[in-house]
Design a protein around this ligand. Structure first.
Ligand code: GLN
Length: 486
């Protein structure tokens, strides 16, 4: 049951092959038995899940039920506020935080009848690429437990990869859906900025953060997008753009599709095995009728430096709210207000979060704003222009999601710059606000490789179509990590 896709589970539920309660119990049992190997969940919400499953079964008993996802269990990244359920964001600072409301994404999934199994582990405040900055300990990659799952949505990626949940939510500020999806062999979509509501999604860098689905297949991502996407008046950056049925175009022919390969994504630093896997994937698309040409994204090498000014700057402002006064962690026995602020923040935040707050505050300070922040914003515009120009020539851009396969736990944790460089192919996508998708496209040293498909603004439907066609003629997405029995 647990290796089935969401689409298959939908059919099973609607045919009454099993109930949502049976399905939910199955996944809960797997998490209870197996997750000590991976540490992919921070909180399990078994009782609530079973109550939701019983409600879903009642809805399904009525033949008029139209929500396809009714009764489907999912895992939620612990960055989405869940009413009455602890939402830690991977931080000691929010270890005791129980939100009084649901994030819009959670509310929409609840309304569709989805079952929430629990909250998944993540890098603290989504800052990281390896899940090692979590207050709750690192997540282990199901393909090789000595390796990281990627981050920051590493718990969600590992949970789907280990078949502890058929799908999960993630968020992506600079690659945090696509990079862990790539390292764990699952499908992950970062939608166009503004497509999915950020309301109730704990803010890291507000102009970059975007929620999206992590699933086994593109078809499943389309099913989740149908519920997650859409305008939300509670989020001032949400865009009122028509939301298609993302499943409608999945089977469209790829004949004539114009694929651009960014020259800058195939240079130094790219693992040879990954390069080969991506070239193989491109050949598959050619055999499906696509044409391929080179494109240029000339400002690629400026993306990481610009991001590591803009994201920390926004983070430093967003995280100023954790002051020990209103909610979250508070230090013991504060002597005065200043002591309350400083000790609460010194004790509540981990090293990576503090590093970003320091960098961000510095970059925004009066003397340095022009030198760093304004410059970074100018570079951001150039990066956006690169994508706009490329999409005048091609329909989609393809390349690797990451330069290397999953690395060993601890390998980069003392070298932040080496860690930051791993996001070289994903970060520009967030700076431009365009959508990006990672799908399994091979194995290198028995570890998954992700193919990145970058689309034009609001072109998720076509990207999912392209990924779905690929998944019909390849079986990388069907391979499971060693030891995951069916
Ligand atoms: N790895 C990047 C960072 O550390 C991106 C994280 C993310 O997308 N949330 O900021």
């Amino acid at each position: 049951m647990h290796t089935k896709t969401i689409a298959e589970l939908v059919r099973g539920l609607h045919n009454r092959d099993f109930s949502s309660e049976e399905l939910t119990r199955h996944f809960l049992r797997r998490i209870e038995q197996l997750d000590e190997r991976y540490n992919s969940f921070i909180s399990l919400t078994a009782e609530q899940a079973l109550a939701q499953a019983r409600q879903a079964d009642q809805r399904l008993a009525d033949s008029n039920e139209t929500s396809l996802l009714c009764g489907i269990p999912l895992a939620q990244k612990d960055i989405f506020c869940t009413q009455g359920v602890r939402t830690s964001c991977g931080s000691k600072m929010l270890d005791n935080f129980i939100p009084p409301y649901n994030a819009t994404v959670i509310q929409r999934l609840n309304d569709a009848g989805c079952v929430s199994l629990g909250k998944t582990n993540m890098d603290e405040f989504a800052m990281g690429s390896s899940n090692e900055t979590s207050y709750y300990g690192p997540v282990r990659n199901p393909w090789d437990r000595e390796c990281v799952p990627g981050g920051s949505s590493g718990g969600s990626a590992a949970a789907v990869s280990a078949c502890l949940a058929p799908g999960a939510t993630g968020t992506d500020t600079g690659g945090s859906i696509r990079q862990p999806a790539s390292h764990c062999g699952v499908t992950g979509l970062k939608p166009t900025y503004g497509r999915v509501s950020r309301y109730g999604m704990i803010a890291f860098a507000s102009s970059l953060d975007q929620g999206g689905p992590m699933t086994r297949t593109a078809e499943d991502a389309a099913l989740l997008m149908n519920v997650m996407a859409g305008f939300d008046e509670k989020d001032s950056t949400s865009i009122d753009h028509a939301v298609p049925d993302f499943t409608t175009n999945l089977n469209n022919d790829l004949k004539g599709l114009r694929i651009g390969l960014p020259v800058e994504y195939f240079g130094d630093g790219l693992d040879v095995g990954i390069q080969n896997a991506i070239e193989q994937a491109i050949k598959t698309f050619e055999s499906l009728g696509a044409t391929v040409c080179d494109v240029h994204l000339p400002h690629t090498n400026l993306a990481i430096p610009a991001y590591y000014v803009i994201a920390p700057a926004e983070a430093s402002a967003n995280l100023s709210r954790y002051d020990g006064v209103r909610y979250g962690y508070r230090c013991e026995d504060p002597q005065d207000l200043f002591d309350l602020y400083t000790r609460t923040r010194a004790e509540g935040f981990g090293d990576e979060v503090k590093r970003r707050i320091l960098v961000g505050t510095y970059a925004l300070s009066a003397g340095y704003y022009d030198a760093y922040y304004r410059q970074a914003q100018r570079i951001r515009r150039l990066i956006k222009n690169d994508f706009v120009a490329a999409f005048e020539q091609v329909d989609v851009i393809m390349g690797p999601t990451t330069p290397t396969p999953a690395f060993k736990l601890g390998e980069k944790s003392t070298d932040p710059v080496a860690m930051y460089l791993g996001d070289i192919y994903t970060i520009a996508v967030n700076l431009a606000g365009v959508p990006g998708l990672s799908i399994p496209a091979g194995l290198v040293d028995s570890k998954p490789v992700g193919l990145q498909i970058i689309g034009n603004y609001f072109d998720e439907s076509r990207m999912l179509n392209i990924a779905h066609r690929f998944q019909q003629v390849t079986d990388w997405h069907k391979q499971t990590a060693p030891g995951i029995d069916s």
